[in-house]
Every structure is written in C-alpha cells, then in structure tokens.
Write a protein that binds this ligand. Structure first.
Ligand code: SF4
Length: 341
C-alpha cells in the first residue's frame, strides 16, 4: 500500500486537533517480533514489513484513541537498529564509523550520550509551529562558517544529558503548558537517543525534525514512521558553495535525495536562508530544484542572515543582504507562488 502524504501540513493540523495520531505513536502500535540476536539484515527486512503496516494504518486513519504501546514494536525495532548504527556510526554522510558507545567521537564530536543546550517554548518559529517545544541539541555534523548557533553546534559537551525518562517528563510538561509539537534542532547525531525517548512517550504530539538533511539513507529509513514534519534547511544549490561554507561534500545530491524521500514519508517545511552573494548560485538553483522535484511544499525564504562566527574570513558573506538581493530572491520565488510563507 502506497502512502502519499498531503502537502501544506494538513496531516499535521489533524494531529493537533487530536483527530490523527503522530507517526511515532503508530510505530509504537505496530507489534513486530524480533530479538537482539537477529542479524541486522533480518531486522531491516522486518522493518520494511512494519513500514507497510504503518502506511496501512495511516491510509485507514487509525484514530489516536485506538493506539496502544505494544512490545516489541516497530519503534523498538528502529531503536535497536539505531543503537547498532552508532557502534560504527553512519547516522550522517560523514560516515565516521566510530564506536560512539565506546565514547569514540567522530566529526560531530557527539558521544553515545546526547546533550542539549536549552529547551523552551519557542514563539519565533513559523506560524503553524508556535508555540513549539524546541530542544537545541549540542554538536553538529556540518561546519557552517557563518553558523548562527555556533556556541551550541561546536560544543557537543555542553548542557544537560538527554536522559529518556527525564526528557519524557519535560516533553509532557511542555505539552501541558501549550506546546504544539516537539521541535528537535540538529537531531541527526542524536537519532538513537531521540528514538529511545519516543519509545515510552505517551502523548500525541507531532515530531518536527529540524535538520540540515545531511543524513544517510539508513537514517532516512529510521525517520519514516517517526517524523511528521521535516523542517529542513536547503542552503546551497551546488557542491562548491557547500564545501567552501559548510565543509559538506556531495551536499546537493544528498540533501535533495533526503528531501525527495521525506516528500513520501511526511510533510515538509523547507527553509532557505538567503546568503549574500549567493542568489544566482544557490537561491535560484534551489527554487528550481523545489519546483521540479518536490512541488507544493511549504517554503520559507529567510532573510535574517547576519555575519557570525567565522564569516569575517569570507568577504562575500561578511555583510548583510542588500535590498536588491532580497528583492531578487522574492521575485524569483514567485515561481512557487502560493507556497511561500
Ligand atoms: S553522526 Fe557524528 S559520528 Fe556519526 S557519522 Fe555523523 S558526524 Fe560522524
């Protein structure tokens, strides 16, 4: 059974009204027999079976009050797979293959235990999302020279440890305080701990994957049945800019591949931060890619760039956007017309 997600965040709106379950709740509800002694290949085959059942339940619109937590479940299986992946880590396309359970660190610097720098009800995100329970996870698998959150992204050891039991209490409390969703910022290196937290979370809340989208196909498979909205950045329209400014080889192919996959497993709110001097090579190229490959998504053209962190070393981006650049970006984005927010 093929599932085609709606566009413009319609399913998300139904989860908010408690008419439909969040995807992780459906994954909790799907019982799958497996054991820790099964081979990884066997687990992936079972996983595909579970995803077919997930699609059936989404299409059938299983109501939230029919969801129970079964054991072992598709979500338990995903958690086991993620735990195996981090023992030779390939969660993202850096493919470090370090054993994070043994406290080895790869490019992102995050060990087996995740940490978060802050969590709060964010009112400054897109209108559909606020108030959004935003958790800023420590460390990052990209190195953007102009990173606006560099104090968090370059310090994987700061903040509080992300312990599943405590996180469940915090998420539940924030939901009582009015959060519409759980918004995980820079989540990829923390996928295993996020899954562990969601295993026992019993509230029906949409999961937002606030990501640079630079993850592997295996990780993309794990996210299917977990993520309701991919709040994904698409920064560069070519690899040269991505290598120069984010040290991210094969960026365009990887990020486009993951957006294409996300298009068939959840809803998308894409963010494009317009960079000074990058209208032709990045902004226009990305708008063309969206129109050709993943039309009718929510697209947010962002103009809040400011030269931060190491931007002063790169003359082209060591300034604010000009009025002409903003105008050119908006003009070109009218190709996407009603999709802009
Ligand atoms: S998540 Fe971190 S350790 Fe794992 S592949 Fe990516 S950068 Fe390397």
């Amino acid at each position: 059974m093929t599932y085609t997600p709606p566009k413009n965040l319609k399913r998300y709106a139904e989860i908010l009204k408690q008419k439909l379950p969040a995807q992780f709740r459906i994954s909790q509800n799907i019982r799958l027999e497996f054991s820790k002694s099964d081979t990884t290949q066997t687990l992936w085959e079972l996983h595909d079976e579970g995803i077919r059942e997930l699609h059936r339940q989404i299409v059938d619109r299983t109501p939230p009050d029919e969801i129970t937590r079964r054991e072992p479940s598709l979500l338990d299986l995903k958690t086991e797979l993620a735990e195996r992946i981090i023992q030779s880590c390939t969660l993202c396309e850096r493919l470090c293959r370090v054993n994070r359970r043994e406290k080895e660190r790869g490019y992102c610097g995050v060990e087996g235990v995740s940490r978060y720098a802050s969590e709060f009800l964010h009112t400054g995100e897109e209108p559909e999302l606020v108030p959004s329970h935003t958790i800023f996870l420590a460390g990052c698998n990209l190195r953007c020279v102009y990173c606006q959150n560099w104090e968090i992204s370059t310090s994987p050891q700061i903040g509080e440890p992300m312990l599943p039991e405590r996180m469940i209490e915090t998420i539940t409390l924030r939901h009582l305080q009015g959060s519409k969703n759980l918004n995980l910022v820079t989540p990829t290196p923390h996928t295993h701990n996020i899954l562990k937290t969601l295993q026992k979370l019993s509230i029906n809340i949409p999961i937002i994957w606030n990501s640079n989208m630079y993850y592997t196909e295996e990780t993309a498979r794990l996210l299917e049945g977990i993520v309701d909205i991919y709040l994904g950045d698409f920064r560069y329209g070519n690899d040269q800019c991505a290598i120069e400014l984010s040290d991210a080889p094969e960026y365009r192919e990887i990020v486009l591949r993951n957006f294409r996959r996300a298009y068939h497993s959840g809803e998308i709110l894409m963010r494009h931060l317009v960079l000074p001097g990058h209208i032709e090579c990045c902004t226009k190229k990305i708008i063309d890619l969206v129109k050709e490959n993943i039309p009718h998504i929510r697209f947010n053209l962002m103009f809040q760039y400011r030269p931060e962190y190491r931007a002063h070393r790169y003359p082209q981006i060591d300034r604010y956007l000009s009025a002409g650049e903003k105008e050119a970006a908006i003009q070109y984005a009218t190709k996407l017309e009603d999709l802009l927010i």
